[in-house]
Design a protein around this ligand. Structure first.
Ligand code: GLU
Length: 312
């Protein structure tokens, strides 16, 4: 079987060291397995997209030397297909309309905040509306707030079989709750778009940051509801600041763009990433071909990488 992996950047900003490392790992995984690697720009969530970010992302990937197979896929061009799958889920009554605002959820939530993901959705609209098309008609005819749609999570533990992290259990129902799959702005929300596109594009291998591990559990429920085969997953550790938090502005500008402006070469960035992946690469001498020859998953440390504000 041929591995078909993907790079799936969101054009919400420029590439930084953290995304670059995850993308390089996805690239190494696909290229070493003689697989294919697709490039899919996840340009839904309109208001967060930055003008020019698609071009900037392509330029950054090319600068690093990462290539991909075939044309660039844009998620925004797949609206009608996303809608078709949504209809199927509505017909299967796996989905219900929700009119709750963020504030409603915060006020109603009895559970404490679930990490970065905000409070667990208490299921107010699961009770308020019937599932499926009947509920949607009901919500729309009430003439109040425009509804969005949530997936009715199934109770029980979902196990993510991750080729790097091992088997990880998530009780999606108890800890993550029913999640949005269609936005008020009439477009697919992240989980639905990823699942439909991975399936339709033949993606059978997903390598991405481990902040998305719990998302895999949700996405598995969607794959199952649709009767689709699961991809193989490998979630890789993130690059964190010295305070142990995700890279952010306060950790300095780690965008490839900024490195380039400072005269840093792609080889230097690749060397830093290669070393952080446990590969014996000489400083400043990262070379993609060499990294590909050296790469094996056994080298990759399972701890997050700490960015110490310098590339060497
Ligand atoms: N577009 C997502 C991101 O940039 C990645 C989604 C995925 O790999 O499933 O965070």
């Amino acid at each position: 079987m041929t591995w078909i992996g993907r790079l799936a950047p969101s054009p919400t900003g420029v590439l930084h060291l953290g995304n670059a490392r995850s993308f390089l790992l996805a690239w190494l995984d696909a290229r070493q397995a003689q697989g294919q690697l697709l490039l899919r720009i996840e340009d839904l969530d309109g208001p967060r997209n930055k003008p020019g970010a698609v071009e900037a992302t392509l330029e950054d990937l090319r600068w690093l030397g990462l290539d991909w197979d075939g044309l660039v896929h844009l998620q925004s061009e797949r609206h009608s297909r996303h809608r078709e799958v949504l209809l199927q889920l509505l017909e299967q009554t796996d989905v219900y309309p929700c009119i709750c605002t963020r504030k409603d959820v915060e006020q109603a939530a009895s559970a404490p905040h679930a990490g970065e993901e905000g409070p667990l959705y208490p299921g107010t609209c699961r009770e308020r509306f019937a599932p499926g098309l009947a509920g949607l008609t009901e919500a729309e005819s009430e003439g109040g707030r425009k509804p969005f749609l949530r997936f009715r999570v199934r109770p029980g533990v979902v196990q993510v079989q991750d080729s790097f992290c091992g088997a990880r259990d998530f009780d999606v129902f108890q800890t993550l709750g029913d999640f949005p799959i269609w936005r008020r702005e009439d477009e697919a929300a992240y989980h639905l778009a990823v699942v439909v596109d991975d399936h339709d594009q033949g993606v059978n291998r997903v390598v991405r940051g481990d902040d998305l591990l719990s998302s895999a559990a949700r996405q598995i429920q969607l794959h199952q509801a649709l009767g689709w085969a699961l991809p193989s997953y490998a979630h890789v550790p993130l690059v964190l600041g010295e305070d142990g938090k995700r890279l952010a502005k306060r950790h300095g500008d780690t965008s490839l763009r900024e490195f380039r402006r400072q005269g840093v070469s792609a080889e230097q960035v690749l060397a830093w990433i290669g070393q952080s992946c446990g590969l014996p690469v000489a400083k400043h001498q990262g070379n993609l071909e060499k990294l590909r020859e050296l790469w094996t998953w056994e080298h990759l440390p399972s701890a997050p990488v700490i960015w110490r504000e310098r590339l060497d």
